[in-house]
Design a protein around this ligand. Structure first.
Ligand code: 6V0
Length: 317
């Protein structure tokens, strides 16, 4: 395995709620040595850099500054969080046309200075934006990844852990497919202490009932919209998810994460970004794992991919 780099540089493009919270999380966790904040609204990135820098002496050491696209040079990870966020009542897919235009401009700017590294897209609708950024950048598929269903998967594990009163760290399970309404829990691959989740559903001693499956899946799917309804935007959960993915990339961890990449030829799915458990290291997505899905899960995954594809086709035209 490759050695952990002694010096690491990360850029965050878009320093709104998500970008600034991700920067703050990276400062707290000391995830990188150098962190550059870039925003079309330059004062915002300057203000965020100042604010975080004033807390930095309590957290550790890091070179954190507001920069511009020339600072993309030598970045190991480029995080894209620029773009409008979802308004109450607006679906992720409604956002597509608005944010695709922003993504096109910033991809051109990134590629003027890019020399290596992984692009991690967070802006919604993340499956659509990631697909377009990969095509526009011309980078290999595994080098342009999305935060995908990493946040959804942790919400899934959290909800199951609450129900079962077990530490979420001991709940293994994934949400796969679209980061959006057609996503699905991978129940066949969900287990606790090596025991498949279905055994807990069928156990009279357990708190879980068969009807909880739909409730939990719906709870994960609607979590973002519920938070937006209550406080206007979601940013802490995604900030920590972004920091975790960045750490996986910088430390060459080979960790399995449900990031999104362009899928070609798996489960009959082609040329679309969806999220599947994937081995992630400093090169980006090293391998998307081929799993033994049930026929129902495979159908639902293909449906999800088709949902993303239909929006993609609208955006491309
Ligand atoms: P925000 O607070 O409006 O911040 C967006 C930032 O992007 C602002 O500071 C803008 O100035 C900046 N910006 C706009 N255009 C450009 C440009 N061309 N170049 C550089 N910067 C630009 O939004 P917020 O931070 O809440 O959300 C950002 C994006 O993340 C949205 O698309 C959200 O929908 C998305 N999220 C994705 C999540 C996920 O799980 N993938 C979760 C939460 C939000």
């Amino acid at each position: 395995m490759q050695m952990v780099k002694s010096k690491s540089k990360v850029a965050i493009i878009g320093t709104g709620f998500v970008g600034a919270s991700a920067a703050f999380t990276m400062a707290l966790q000391q995830t990188a040595n150098e962190l550059v904040l870039i925003d079309v609204f330059k004062e915002k990135s300057i203000g965020e850099a100042m604010d975080i820098n004033h807390g930095l002496p309590f957290m550790g050491q890091m070179s954190l500054y507001a920069g511009d696209y020339s600072d993309i040079k030598d970045c190991d990870v480029i995080v894209v969080t620029a773009g409008a966020n979802r308004k109450p009542g607006e679906t992720r897919l409604d956002l597509a046309k608005k944010n695709v235009l922003i993504a096109k401009e910033l991809t051109q700017n990134i590629m003027k200075h890019y020399n290596h590294g992984v692009i991690l897209v967070v802006s919604n609708p993340v499956d659509i934006i990631t697909y377009m950024v990969q095509k526009w950048s011309g980078l290999p598929v595994g080098k342009v990844i999305s935060s995908g269903t990493v946040l959804d998967s942790i919400r899934f594990r959290y909800l199951l852990s609450e129900k079962l009163n077990v530490d979420a760290k001991n709940v293994h399970g994934y949400i796969i497919g679209e980061h959006g309404d057609s996503q699905l829990p991978l129940w066949s691959g969900t287990h606790i202490a090596g025991k498949n989740i279905n055994e807990y559903f069928n156990d009279p001693k357990s708190n879980l009932r068969e009807e909880d499956k739909a409730i939990i899946a719906e709870g994960v799917k609607t979590a973002g919209a519920t938070i937006i309804k209550n406080k206007g935007a979601t940013y802490y959960g995604i900030a920590v998810a972004v920091n975790t993915i960045v750490e996986t990339l910088l430390k060459n961890q080979n960790t399995i994460r449900t990031v999104g990449t362009v899928i070609n030829g798996m489960y009959g799915i082609d040329d679309v970004v969806i999220s599947l458990p994937s081995i992630v290291n400093s090169e980006g997505v090293q391998e998307v794992l081929q799993l033994n899905l049930t026929p129902e899960e495979e159908d639902a995954l293909r449906f999800s991919a088709n949902q993303v594809k239909s929006v993609l086709n609208e955006v491309k035209n």
